[in-house]
Ligand binder design. Structure first.
Ligand code: ATP
Length: 238
């Protein structure tokens, strides 16, 4: 079976500084795959490159067998990749519903869009209750929900989430993680970047540990969760 996403020996540099130093990983359809690692490991750089926002300096990115490395960002969405970025980037003055509509900007099927807005409200009822309210009035966790809802509005084949748990209370984080599990059960394929290794590995089929631009360890979510070196480095155990 061909992987939905296949990254091989990917390199990305900021000027002379190489932030991603030849990483390889894959995501099969229907899977949740997580990239974990500390600050500065290169996780965000990797997602931004998959989205076409940064150009690779080497290696290949294949999505459904197509080479993505030269596809510009606005085309990447139309191929079926959606990115919920770190720091959310919602539009604070626009209403919640208009933020969701923006995620569907490439679509013109009105009925389908309305159905998917309803689906976002079913996933996150608070967004429905406040649909006319300015998005900037939402709490951090609620803004995270909106960013995820908006990314889903493009009906992606692959949903990329950059640190959805960042800055959230434990309860809000659990809610976001439960939603990821629900999306997976609905068949959504997800690439999840997280610093919260415990949460991410608990729900991932496959995990990759990234350290200073390289993948140092790979395995199933459960195997990595029980791996001694992962527990020491990322789960705060002695
Ligand atoms: P974080 O969780 O903090 O976002 P990360 O694993 O996502 O960490 P990246 O943000 O991808 O890591 O950063 C990888 C490396 O690239 C870091 O050393 C960072 O300082 C560097 N870097 C990131 N963005 C830039 C930039 N615009 N210009 C120069 N260097 C950058």
């Amino acid at each position: 079976m061909t992987a939905l996403l296949e990254v091989e020996d990917l390199r990305v540099a900021y000027g002379k500084i190489e932030a991603v130093k030849g990483i390889s990983f894959k995501v099969d359809a229907g899977q949740v795959v997580t990239l974990i690692g500390t600050n500065g490991a290169g996780k965000t750089t990797t997602l931004r490159t998959l989205s076409g926002l940064l150009k690779p300096s080497g290696g290949s990115i294949r999505f459904e067998g197509k080479d993505l490395s030269k596809v510009p960002a606005h085309k990447v969405v139309s191929l079926g990749l959606a990115h919920s970025p770190e720091g959310r980037h919602i539009f604070p003055r626009m209403s919640i519903e208009d933020n969701l509509r923006l995620g569907a900007y490439l679509r013109d099927d009105k009925a389908g869009i309305a159905k998917d807005i309803q689906r976002a409200y079913d996933l996150f009822p608070i967004l429905g209750e406040r649909r006319r309210q300015a998005a900037g009035t939402l709490s951090g966790g609620e803004q995270q929900m909106l960013a995820m809802g908006r990314a889903l509005m493009s009906q992606p084949k692959l949903l990329m989430l950059d640190e959805p748990s960042m800055g959230l209370s434990p309860i809000m984080m659990q809610k976001i993680m439960a939603t990821i599990t629900e999306l997976k059960s609905q068949g959504t394929t997800i690439l999840l970047v997280e610093q919260n290794a415990q949460a991410a590995l608990s729900l991932a089929d496959q995990g990759y540990v990234m350290e200073v631009g390289k993948i140092t360890l790979t395995g199933s979510g459960q195997d990595l969760l029980h791996d001694e070196s992962v527990r020491k480095a990322y789960l705060g155990e002695d």
